[in-house]
Design a protein around this ligand. Sequence first.
Ligand code: NAD
Ligand code: 6OD
Length: 487
Amino acid sequence: MADVPLLRCFVDGQWLKTPERFANINPVNGQLVNQVCAADTSVVQRAVEAANRASQDTWKTLNVNERAALLHRIADGIERRFDDFVQAEVMDTGRPMHQARSLDVARGIANFRTFADLIKTASSEMFEGIAPDGGRTLNYVTRKPLGIVGIISPWNLPLLLLTWKIAPALAMGNCVVAKPSEETPSSATLLAEVIQGAGLPRGVFNLIHGFGPGAAGEFLSTHPDIAAITFTGESRTGSAIMKAAAEGVKEVSFELGGKNAAVVFADADFEAAISGIMRSSFTNAGQVCLCSERVYVERPLFDRFVDRLKTRCEELVLSYPDDPDVDMGPLISQQHRDKVLSYYQLAREEGARIVTGGGIPIFGDERDQGAYVQPTILTGLPDSARCMREEIFGPVCHVAPFDTEAEVIARVNDSDYGLAACIWTTELSRAHRVAGQIETGMVWVNTWFTRDLRTPFGGGKLSGIGREGGRYSLDFYSDISTICIKI
Ligand code: NAD
Ligand code: 6OD
């Protein structure tokens, strides 16, 4: 076996080797990146016990300034090891290095800084009420930590999505047991090193590696001492975790799949809309839950739009992560590529026209052992086709014409998912009117995937339960109680 690093679990302030190991593969060339120690039930138990002890101990007694300072120290620690984090994200996922720098690792830092600052300015409600004797009462709302929060995260934006939940959970005084995706264990392990170096009390943060069903993920989500589960991943997994969490009536927050639509009106700035759709359909090889897989273009623009999108799509550079010109890396794994390719095939069977792509690129080098797939544009499918209703999670969009505003709103909303949408128009009143009628958790107008971290993030229907972000995170990660004082 190749001599590769061994990634360990981090439990109760210590690095644990476990007997069960799994391989982490580089999707650029199929080579082994590292071996990973999987947590069995006994390791999960140790992590939860450590978190339990820590939560009874000093952690929840630290004041907000002290907690905020520790979160900033974690952010400082990521900054100091910025290049190591970039390398870790790139090795696990094959994504362009420039993306890892500007999006993934940058957001990891921003997540800690945002919640460090937010807890210092958080306020609570206060009402003056009337007592039974006609006197006055003072009613105010306080937040206490929930206890132990279980965090389960996916592979598509590993550091961004993990820190998006760790930061507010710690900020509100909780202890954490986190399980990153088995596909992307590296940046999470580095993060545990940084958190250890930042001086958090032992047991406050624990990292366990492993798979989901019948493994670390399931052991965590069924553990009776976990107060809340926050999960990002597939809708089906969310449903399984919800069933598991129901037994202990745990709080849940779920950010799940999407089948997001983009709408381009004829009055849109044409080139801006083209660039916007290129970004919203192909960023991270389409492996962002917010990606637009359904694009609706107003009929007078349709043919020109499809032609131009085809040209731009064919200009995308599929390459090594460190190629400065790279636009798109591989998918996360060959298994995921098989899934995406099966949808390309299904699209053909459902009667789609493949405008471009639809297969695997041939490089003639080691990348042919990787998980690259061609970016693909489809047209001609009815809204009822499976390819129009199911999340594919690859670099693919279907473009369809529409005639009226009311029609396109109905078509956008005709989905089992409700995560995000984007609209391209230069008409101000239309932007407000349409955005207000779209049934998704987020709507972008003339932009995509840019968000003030104080605003809520999440979706409805199969796309999730609850919202996180800003005060919504503070609410989820705390036990809220009302105190009523007769004065
Ligand atoms: P996934 O559901 O397969 O896995 C996510 C995590 O859940 C992994 O850590 C996995 O080990 C764990 N897991 C799997 N089964 C489990 C079980 N039964 N019990 C406990 N844990 C379990 O998702 P993925 O393939 O890693 O990620 C891609 C999916 O995530 C896509 O559907 C995408 O849309 C979604 N996603 C959604 C958002 C959002 O914010 N809405 C963000 C990113 C990704
Ligand atoms: O920006 C965020 O906070 C967030 N949760 C993004 C999710 C992207 C999905 O892949």
